[in-house]
Design a protein around this ligand. Structure first.
Ligand SMILES: Nc1ncnc2c1ncn2[C@@H]1O[C@H](COP(=O)(O)OP(=O)(O)O)[C@@H](O)[C@H]1O
Ligand SMILES: [Mg+2]
Length: 265
């Protein structure tokens, strides 16, 4: 899991962000994510989690410092073995298109023929247990199912690095737990590297191999927290004394991070 033999999937060296209005969104960040890691970013609202994820996705550029992807610049991203997919909090589906057309979108944008795309769309839908819903419209699906479509649309590109910004934050706890279960199974089976933003410390403990706790004013890495619990994880782990203990430890660090960022204690 440490991937000592190959380059890091993504590496930040002193990467920071000052916005055009002069506000510092992120202090310089050093971060190295190895193949197969499931890294969660957690911290108070406004501490720069989304900004950090956007830097990693190259949606915005750092003000200073550098980033590398698989040991190289962003030019190589998109080639086999160097594919990045992004899942947002809102499923952002096209309401006028059926589920399978929504999932096929990244392949259409990549000019993949419909014949070549079809088996990949089928596989992605099967991965998220939506095979029977391919001809439905988004409005005919529950919130959890719409999020599954959004995940299938990310998986159809066969990503190596999956970036997710509070994807399950709007869902009820039961649905979120089931999606967490499925996400862990998928990341494990497909050897994905995942960077995941959440507000939920329980979700962070359940999913992560490593939790990055951030603090605000300015946005920065406050602490790292490792969860050395073997895969596969499921309800046994979620209901274990070990889980409760890890959650308690992480809760204390989060509290310290919010105090350090100027939140009222
Ligand atoms: N484009 C922007 N211009 C100015 N300020 C921004 C911009 N984007 C984000 N911010 C500010 O940067 C801080 C970090 O934002 P964000 O990364 O969205 O935090 P988080 O995702 O942790 O809630 C916030 O104070 C936010 O208002
Ligand atoms: Mg955010």
């Amino acid at each position: 899991m440490t991937g000592a033999t190959g380059p890091a999937v993504v590496e930040l060296r002193g990467a920071d962000k000052v916005f055009s209005n002069g506000m510092r969104g992120l202090a310089p960040i050093d971060l190295c994510v190895q193949p197969g890691e499931f890294v969660t970013l957690i911290g108070p609202s406004g501490c720069g989690k989304s900004t950090l994820l956007k830097l990693i996705a190259n949606l915005i550029a750092p003000t200073s410092g550098e980033l590398g992807w698989w040991g190289e610049g962003f030019e190589r991203v998109g080639q086999p073995g160097h594919q990045i997919a992004f899942v947002f909090q809102e499923p952002t589906l096209m309401p006028w298109s059926r589920v399978d057309t929504n999932v096929r979108l990244p392949l259409d944008l990549d000019h993949v023929s419909k014949e070549q795309a079809a088996p990949r769309v089928d596989a992605a839908l099967a991965n998220v247990n939506l095979t029977g819903f391919r001809r439905h419209y988004p409005r005919q699906l529950s919130g959890g199912m719409r999020m599954r479509v959004s995940i299938a649309r990310a998986l159809v590109t066969d990503p190596d690095l999956l970036l997710m910004d509070e994807p399950f934050g709007a869902l009820d706890e039961f649905t979120r737990n089931r999606l967490d279960d499925d996400l862990l199974r998928l990341s494990f089976e497909r050897k994905l590297t995942t960077i995941f933003v959440t507000h939920s410390l329980y979700e962070a403990v359940f999913l992560s191999t490593r939790v990055i706790v951030m603090a605000a004013n300015p946005g920065r890495v406050f602490a790292e927290f490792r969860v050395d619990e073997p895969e596969p994880r499921g309800d046994d782990f979620r209901t274990s004394a070990r889980f409760a203990e890890l959650s308690r430890e992480l809760s204390k660090i989060l509290h310290a991070a919010s105090v350090a960022g100027g939140a009222e204690a």
